[in-house]
Write a protein that binds this ligand. Structure first.
Ligand code: FAD
Length: 479
């Protein structure tokens, strides 16, 4: 009998299983497909996620995959632009210091990562890579320390309303067998389309837009080692280099339905709505990727976490909680949650002590809120601003860009929040409403003698700011 069975070896499964195995627990990970996935998700890890990987002792998962250092963001707003750096290490060390779960396992230098440079840099760094390569590294670390199995978990086994194991469909030599495996605890990290979330909670995600992904070959970007965000009248576009030769582009598509595959709709959208805003140095690579027509589409979902109280069963990662991928925060939340959960379960000797686990889970739910509320709410609020499709949102979008241009705390606060280094929901509240009031002020200036119009718009902007922000922050903090 296992102490824990983990369902799914995506980003989060290997993290929590390795951490628990290192604490002396007998762990089995069941994954339906251990071969390298080819997905457009999880390719930029924020500094907060890098920190969590270090705490787990799994930072070497970013080694030997030609990962690219990320030092901040380049933001293009129509024909203006600005550059933002990630927070200073001295800030991170005070607000969110590293706290290793076990002993430190250091990052190594390789073809693309220079540890000496990382150490000398006064600022924290993020990293971008091919999702599949990163995942295979996480999986190979985990495989050395836990039992693994290839198969699809089709059912949870229950006794007296307690989950006591899983039923796995195994496909070997073209024959399918069903196996029952027992454990004291099952942790489900089965991702975005989680089967077990649907079964064990009435928490349903909502889709508010799509991302269309494409790869550029040998693209030139306006600034090296920066994530690029293109803003304007179009939906936001993200661009970041994921290997020395490849660059990921994610183009938001404002709809609750995916673009149709008929009549080249995606191609026409990218050509007519996105291409005109691509920076001139990136255009040749973008145009050639466009003509290749290798597009991938993913829904952008939102799901706030609910308190869990199913005995013997825990949801973790995207099965528990999702946010808009615009700010690249999903892996940061998932890996940080793995650190927190492992830390809380460390003192639990017997995973059949359901009352103790229930207490630990309510601490988990409370403690994770700071980071999770910041990253999730910010992702939704920024998407609303960056995808502005009405006057009040456009006023906020302009105000947001001008707020960043002021520099100082107007940049260090927001980037600290986005990067997972400042997990403080009230700081997010302050910055968000400072942007709203600054936007209103700029609108009065821009309207000039038409200021009566600005008075009406002032209420509209304030109302819009409240409805795109407050319900999400409230749900994240209170639910
Ligand atoms: C378009 C897009 C872009 C994104 N970009 C970023 C980004 O740049 N940075 C970032 O931090 N986050 C990003 N994210 C979010 C990030 O990808 C997720 O938060 C992260 O992958 C969640 O990890 P997970 O382990 O919970 O789920 P997943 O990584 O989805 O893993 C789930 C695993 O469970 C397995 N599985 C599922 N069901 C079963 C079953 N029944 N039995 C056995 N195995 C099963 C699957 O095969 C899979 O391996 C993005 C998301 C989207 C949609």
């Amino acid at each position: 009998m296992y102490d824990v069975i983990v369902i799914g070896a995506g980003v989060v499964g290997p993290c929590i299983s390795t951490a628990l195995a290192r604490q002396g627990k007998k762990v089995l990970v069941v994954e339906r497909d251990w071969s390298k996935p080819d997905r457009i998700v999880g390719e930029l890890l924020q500094p907060g996620g890098v920190k969590a990987l270090r705490e787990l002792g799994m930072i070497q998962a970013i080694n030997n995959i030609e990962a690219i250092d990320v030092k901040g963001y380049y933001i293009q707003y129509f024909n203006q632009h600005l550059s933002i750096d990630y927070p200073l290490k001295e800030v991170a060390e005070v607000t969110n210091p590293i706290n290793y779960l076990e002993k430190e396992i250091p990052l190594k230098s390789d073809n693309t990562i220079n540890v000496e440079e990382w150490e000398k840099d006064s600022r924290v760094r993020g990293v971008a890579f091919h999702h599949g390569d990163f995942l295979q590294n996480l999986r190979s670390i985990c495989k050395k320390e836990v039992d693994t199995m290839e198969g699809t978990v089709v059912k949870l086994i229950k006794k007296d309303d307690i989950v006591i194991g899983v039923e796995v469909k195994e496909n070997k030599n073209n024959t399918t067998k069903t196996k029952k495996i027992y454990s004291k605890l099952v942790i489900s990290c089965d991702g975005i389309y989680s089967k077990f979330r649907k079964e064990y909670s009435n928490n349903n995600p909502s889709i508010n837009s799509y991302f269309i992904g494409l790869y550029l070959k040998n693209a030139k970007l306006p600034e090296k080692n920066k994530g690029h965000v293109l803003l304007g009248n179009h939906a936001p576009v993200l661009i970041y280099q994921v290997s020395p030769n490849e660059t990921r582009v994610l183009c938001a598509y404002r709809s609750i339905k995916p673009p149709s595959s008929a009549n080249d709709e995606v191609y026409k959208y990218l050509k007519n709505d996105v291409l005109p805003h691509i920076p001139k140095e990136t255009l040749p690579a973008f145009t050639s990727a466009l003509e290749d027509k290798k597009f991938r589409i993913m829904p952008n979902q939102y799901l706030s976490a609910k308190k869990q109280n199913q005995k013997g069963f825990i949801l973790l990662g995207d099965s528990l909680n999702m946010r808009h991928p615009l700010t690249g925060g999903g892996m940061t939340v998932g890996i940080s949650d793995s650190v927190l959960l492992a830390r809380l379960l460390k003192s639990v000797d017997n995973f059949e002590d359901y009352d103790l686990i229930k207490d630990k889970l309510s601490i988990f739910h409370r403690k994770r809120k700071n980071l999770d509320a910041v990253i999730n709410t910010l992702s939704i609020a920024l998407y609303s601003l960056f995808a502005a499709d009405k006057r009040s949102l456009k006023i906020l979008q302009y105000g947001c860009f001008k707020y960043f241009e002021k520099g100082g705390e107007c940049v260090s606060g927001p980037i600290g929040l986005l990067s997972g280094i400042l997990p403080f929901p009230m700081l997010l509240f302050n910055h968000f409403f400072s942007v709203a009031f600054y936007s209103i002020y700029l609108n009065f200036i821009n309207r000039g003698i038409n200021f009566p119009l600005a008075i009406w718009e002032c209420f509209d902007v304030l109302f819009t700011a409240i409805i795109i922000f407050t319900p999400y922050l409230w749900t994240e903090l209170v639910q």
